[in-house]
Design a protein around this ligand. Sequence first.
Ligand code: ATP
Ligand code: MG
Length: 349
Amino acid sequence: MAYQITLIPGDGIGPEVIKEAVRVLETVGDTFGHQFDFEEVLVGGCAYDATGEPLPRESLDSCQKSDAVLLGAVGGEKWDGLPGHQRPEAALLGLRKGLGLYANLRPAILHESLKNACPLRSDIVGEGIDICIVRELMGGIYFGEKGRRTNNDDMGEEAFDVEAYSVGEVERIGRLAFEMALKRDRKVTSVDKANVLESSRLWRSVMIEIAKDYPEVTLEHMYVDNAAMQLIRNPRQFDVLVTTNMFGDILSDEASMITGSIGMLPSASLGEGKFGMYEPIHGSAPDIAGQDKANPIATILSAAMMLRISFDLENEAKEIEEAVTRVLEGGYRTPDIMSDGCKLVGTAE
Ligand code: ATP
Ligand code: MG
């Protein structure tokens, strides 16, 4: 079959890591007899430099017409002085909104051979960590009403951000989490703050309703403060963790740390249907750009997620993941994961 993939190399190390992921995809295509058609577009600082806009219309159009998007990274100090809507980060939000991507999946997997890069004690890590965080991406406090006002008291000006979730918004992210759990260890931990937040009480009641349709999946509720602690105390209790935009933002960074390096972790952003945007969780890393030092594994694993989720190519995805494991077992390391007795390699190698 033929698949149309829009590539967004972006800025900094983005083009370097995308190049390696494309090499991997081309090898998979040749081996399994699939045709991957790539279209490369400009988004981010490079797009601003070339066109005056961080997200040109034709770039978004290409994404909307494709079966999936593979993104490297956008942004960098060079564009930090620009007004908000011209900054590379605005392009990222524009892409998510424009493509209707309401769910962000971040698997946090600790590879056996990288256990010494994990800051947790070996008895806590045990046989390994494999958590999938499902973060709501288009609602909640980041998108709620915000503003300033002055009250009739002597406390001065006040600023507010509203956390609001509708049943429909919770339902679509909740169902995605349960579907995910069916393919994994059949446990969903829904993280909220239902002891104090009304939006969390609605969130929790919707999760309980969804669970009735998934009798094979165990649903557990956890307050966010406790979840932050449990991720360190006993991360092995988690399978799928589903939560709001802001709680997910914070907890997914916490979870990524326990797996070693930011250069290892992939992500998927999904909406309705099979379409998705896949990207490493790291940024454009201008400090190491152009030096052949960037770890391409996060992007390569993002390509594997793309094959699995958007194209239903499970065997091909596994093949890539196993190849990554073999490379690590072979002792090959980019500088970010280098340790004694290993072989230092560059991005391309
Ligand atoms: P953003 O705001 O885009 O998320 P950031 O400021 O959080 O970016 P990153 O660009 O992710 O930062 O870089 C953080 C640190 O991690 C830098 O020191 C960078 O060199 C390192 N880093 C990021 N990605 C990689 C990678 N793929 N391989 C090796 N090191 C990396
Ligand atoms: Mg960052």
